[in-house]
Structures are given as structure tokens and as C-alpha cells.
Design a protein around this ligand. Structure first.
Ligand code: AMP
Length: 282
């Protein structure tokens, strides 16, 4: 695996003889890699001739400066994981390499309703920052396939919108959420969970499963209330538990028995914010 820190050097690598006709698969990450990230690399290895990963903790997508400061970094282990997975290129830029004109942006991405609900409501500006980084990364790493995790359900929708808005010829492949044996969705932030919180952390997946197992046509607000109560009893401070249509993320309070739905949750355990989601129909 080759590690490149400069955007221009990536272009030189990707257009070298032999590479220009090869398909590129790209996995953007913020590091602290785990088996969830690895599953995205493996998908790219299956489909594409060249697999590129990036590690960049993007300051402009953090609405909470403390979350940014405390974001885990495990670079040495990340490089080993990527090497062993057969990743071809790691793009490891600095903030100034990513944002050569500084961090004061005057333009905006027109994302509509999707950036106002759920994560958008609780993390103002977050999805503008996500678009900023993904847009820049895709200009440095033009790729046939962009691999994203369903773990960040709303982020996948936002990036689909970005790609359509900017007419970027990249196909988005969404990979299923990798979980620990007890159901906890793998996340870089799990490292920061206190030991005593590790077992209660599974309640977030259990609450989503509760919704999935009990949903019936008709009013479904009682399910949200019960799931919120379960999380609160397990020690979480809940930002939201919502049920939404999978295609639009419109919040649903009444189910007609046919619409495809997803349950989504975000909640704090101590100072660690966890998110998860579950499709309600298989
Ligand atoms: P992050 O490093 O958290 O920004 O995540 C980088 C990519 O990995 C994003 O597309 C995430 O959705 C994806 N990802 C994170 N956790 C998981 C997981 N548990 N299973 C599958 N993909 C994941």
C-alpha cells in the first residue's frame, strides 16, 4: 500500500500507465478503523481493480468541538489493517491540503429537508461539513464506486444527493452495518465508552429491534415512546428515536402496512454519542 498526503500526488498515481483503465473503489474514513470499515474495503476489493481509502478527521463536520478534540486516532493500527486488507492507496491529507482556501466557506450545498431532520436537527451544520469533505475527496479521488456504511443511514442519503447535485459520475454502494456479537454497531467512538457502559450500550440496538418486532399497521407513536423509555432506563440520554420512510426520511407516526420504514436512534451514554438504525422490513 502506498500512503499519499498530497492531492496532486494522488492524481499522478491514479493516472499512471495501467491505472487509467482500472476501476477505482473509494472508502472515505475518519480512522480508528474497525471491522465495519474493513467490510467496505473488502467490498471494494471484490468489485474494483484499485482500492483507495482515506483517513481524515474532518473538522468542518463536527458541531461539538469537544467531540472533535476527543475523536480517537489509531493511525499505526489503521495502516496495518489497510495493508492487510490489500488496500492499494491510503490518502492521508492535512487540513490545509484538504481546504487550501481555509475553513470559512461562503457557499452552501442545497440539500433541502434531509439536512434539517434527525442528525441535521441535533448536529447543525454537520451535513454541510460532510458534503464539503466528500466533494473535495471525490475531486481528488475520482472513483467508479464510493463505499459507504448503512450505519450512517442519513449520511448515505445526503451523499447520494450531493453526487446528484454536482453530477459526479460515481456510483454509491451502501454496505450493511457490522455489529459486535451482542448487537452493538461497530463505531470508532465505541473505544471511548466507559467499561461500565459497554453492556448498557447494546440497548440501542435492542430498542430498534423492539420496534421492528412490534410494529403493526396503525398508530406507531407508542413504539417510539416505549423504545425511548427503554434507552432512558438503560442510562442513555436520548436525542431521538424516530421511524421514517426509507426513501425520503419523512417521519412517520402512522403505518399503512406497506411503506418501507427505518427506525433511527441517537443517544448519549456518558459523553459518547452513539447512533444506529434498523430497516423494519426485510
Ligand atoms: P467513519 O470513519 O465513522 O467516518 O466511517 C467511515 C465509513 O465507514 C462510513 O461510510 C461509515 O458509514 C462506515 N461505517 C462506520 N461504521 C460502520 C459499521 N459498523 N458497519 C459498516 N460500515 C460502517
Amino acid at each position: 500500500m502506498i500512503t499519499i498526503r498530497k492531492a496532486n500526488d494522488v492524481a499522478a498515481y491514479l493516472i499512471k500507465p495501467g491505472a487509467e483503465s482500472a476501476t477505482v473503489g473509494f472508502v472515505p474514513t475518519m480512522g480508528a478503523l474497525h471491522a465495519g470499515h474493513l467490510s467496505l474495503i473488502n467490498e471494494s476489493k471484490k468489485r474494483d481493480a484499485i482500492t483507495v481509502a482515506s483517513i481524515f478527521v474532518n473538522p468542518v463536520q463536527f458541531n461539538d468541538p469537544k467531540d472533535f478534540e476527543n475523536y480517537p486516532t489509531t493511525l499505526e493500527s489503521d495502516i496495518n489493517i489497510l495493508e492487510q486488507a490489500g488496500c492499494d492507496l491510503l490518502f492521508l491529507p492535512s487540513v490545509s491540503e484538504m481546504y487550501p482556501n481555509g475553513l470559512n466557506f461562503t457557499d452552501r450545498y442545497e440539500l433541502g429537508e434531509i439536512e434539517k431532520v434527525l442528525e441535521g436537527e441535533y448536529r447543525p451544520g454537520h451535513f454541510q461539513g460532510v458534503c464539503r469533505v466528500v466533494h473535495r475527496l471525490l475531486s481528488v479521488i475520482p472513483c467508479k464506486h464510493l463505499y459507504l456504511g448503512q450505519k450512517d443511514f442519513q449520511q448515505c442519503m445526503v451523499i447520494k444527493k450531493l453526487v446528484a447535485l454536482k453530477q459526479i459520475p460515481t456510483e454509491i454502494i451502501i454496505c450493511p452495518t457490522k455489529r459486535e456479537a451482542d448487537g452493538l454497531a461497530m463505531s470508532s467512538r465505541n473505544i471511548r465508552l466507559a467499561q461500565a457502559d459497554r453492556e448498557p450500550a447494546t440497548s440501542i440496538f435492542k430498542a430498534l429491534q423492539y420496534i421492528k418486532n412490534n410494529i403493526k399497521p396503525g398508530d406507531i407513536t407508542n413504539l417510539k415512546t416505549a423504545a425511548t423509555q427503554q434507552l432512558t432506563e438503560a442510562g442513555f440520554t436520548v436525542d431521538y428515536i424516530e421511524i421514517a420512510e426509507t426513501g425520503s426520511l419523512d417521519i412517520v407516526t402512522e403505518w399503512n402496512g406497506t411503506k418501507k420504514l427505518v427506525a433511527l436512534a441517537a443517544a448519549f451514554l456518558g459523553n459518547v454519542r452513539l447512533i444506529d438504525n434498523l430497516l423494519l422490513q426485510d
